[in-house]
Design a protein around this ligand. Structure first.
Ligand code: NCD
Length: 313
């Protein structure tokens, strides 16, 4: 079985059609079944993945590496500029030219927006963007989409709230774009200074997607999903502004229990103090399951980008 997937790289959520999203969701389900049948260990047996993380990461890097190892592949990695030749002045282009000689696929996280596109244009191996500054984080958005589908049984017809740093939160930027392929309603809850950028508002209007913007945290109470995010400290030029905004919202158990729709609580993690630990034991706290689905979705993405044949179920 070889799913039809017209992309070599995963760079930007705009590259996906609705059909591509359906292929990613169904390939993820397929891989979950293959894992239960112990049939994934040889799928990427002769493949090597370079994991290039020039910005902090725990989940994204480890889940990609776990995904590769579960598929029988191998991993080489570099973490941080400090220990790579970029700190000696090497360009990303040169680094990528060399990586291409070593690996069959590369996953890259870099603080500069657009960096993964530059990386992809330098090489012929597949490149996966694992977060480029305040730009995009398409694989997180894909696992978020899968989480919504898996936990709610549908994506169409849902009302989805985004809470926190909507200005710098790249996971939000990418997920909003993917959700425009579905019949959803969106609610953006943030301080005015961290509102969703105008380009997204324009796109939603153009695509006739209903949305509202508010500072009132209670607006998530009638939503099916609340996607909570950390205020992105590292993106603030003015640290005083971060200090002023960092405690804008704290989602705690009593706020969640007041929701009328048993709202599913998601968070890409890491959390700081915007999501209280007393929410963790509620059944609608989906964030640790969400992180777990990340491995399954990334297994699917590695197989799709490398265009390998999957064993029959
Ligand atoms: C997110 C990121 O790196 O953008 N984390 C992740 O990949 N799970 C969210 C964040 O750092 O706030």
């Amino acid at each position: 079985m070889k799913p039809e997937f017209p992309h070599k790289d995963i760079i930007d959520p705009d590259q996906f059609s609705k059909k591509d999203l359906e292929t990613i969701l169904s390939t993820t389900e397929y891989l979950i079944t293959l894992q239960k049948q112990n049939k994934t260990q040889n799928i990427l047996k002769n493949y090597l993945m370079a994991s290039l993380f020039f910005e902090s990461s725990t989940r994204t890097r480890l889940s990609f590496e776990t995904a590769m190892l579960r598929l029988g592949g191998q991993v080489i990695s570099t973490v941080g500029f400090q220990f790579s030749s970029i700190s000696k002045g090497e360009t990303l282009y040169d680094t990528m030219k060399m990586i291409e000689a070593y690996a069959d696929i590369a996953v890259i996280r870099h603080p500069v927006e657009g960096s993964s596109r530059i990386a992809a244009s330098a090489v012929s191996i597949p490149i996966i963007n694992a977060g480029d500054g305040a730009g995009h984080h398409p694989t997180q958005a894909l696992l978020d989409l899968y989480t919504i589908y898996k936990e709610k049984g549908t994506i169409d017809g849902l009302k989805i709230a985004f809470i926190g740093d909507l200005k710098f939160g790249r996971t939000i930027h990418s997920l909003v774009k993917l959700l425009t392929h579905y019949d959803v309603e969106m609610v953006f809850i943030s301080p005015i200074d961290l509102a969703i950028p105008e380009a997204y508002r324009k796109e939603l209007k153009k695509k006739n997607i209903e949305f509202e913007e508010t500072e009132d945290i209670k607006a998530f109470w009638d939503c099916d999903v609340a996607y909570v995010t950390r205020i992105q400290e590292e993106r603030f030029v003015d640290k005083d502004e971060y200090e002023r905004l960092k405690n804008s919202y704290v989602i705690n158990k009593s706020l969640v229990l007041a929701s009328k729709k048993n709202t599913l609580i998601m968070h890409p993690l890491p959390r700081v103090n915007e999501l209280s630990t007393d929410v963790d034991d509620l059944p609608n706290a989906a964030y640790f399951r969400q992180a777990r689905y990340g491995v399954d979705v990334r297994m699917a993405l590695l197989c799709l980008c490398l265009k390998v044949e999957l064993p029959d179920i």
